[in-house]
Write a protein that binds this ligand. Structure first.
Ligand code: HEC
Length: 101
């Protein structure tokens, strides 16, 4: 019984720890695995345009960016069926953080 209690407490601590840092880090990781090979892990661009501070993307609204991600204009793939709304929100949060806005 004691062992089970300790295990539950440990799990709670681990889960709570994840919750704390998940927001920004989650978007960053997702960007790294899903977008960085085209837009650069530093957002400086590559196959796709730059997305960081001072870029055209920085002047787009959150809704416009969400639209770009789901539709995939030009050479960018559509992510509507590959990312949930929450994942798209995390990506936008991450971009805003990096854009300094
Ligand atoms: C296969 C390469 C590729 C991948 C992967 C990719 N993009 Fe793109 N992205 C592009 C290209 C190319 C454009 C320019 C499309 C156009 O308008 O012709 C673009 C445009 C954009 C724009 C609009 C920029 C502007 O100045 O109008 C945003 C925002 C964006 N991408 C975000 C993302 C995000 C977030 C991801 C990851 C979910 C992602 N992209 C994944 C290639 C890519």
């Amino acid at each position: 019984m004691r062992v089970v209690l300790v295990a539950i407490m440990l799990m709670t601590v681990v889960l709570a720890g994840c919750g704390e840092s998940s927001e920004g880090k989650y978007g960053e990781d997702l960007f790294g695995t899903t977008c960085a090979h085209c837009h650069g892990s530093d957002l400086a661009g590559g196959v796709g345009p730059p997305l960081g501070a001072g870029s055209n993307a920085a002047s787009l609204s959150d809704g416009q960016i969400a639209g770009v991600i789901s539709v995939g204009p030009g050479a960018m793939p559509a992510f509507a069926n590959r990312l949930t709304g929450e994942q798209v929100d995390s990506l936008i949060d991450y971009l805003r953080e990096r854009q300094g806005s």
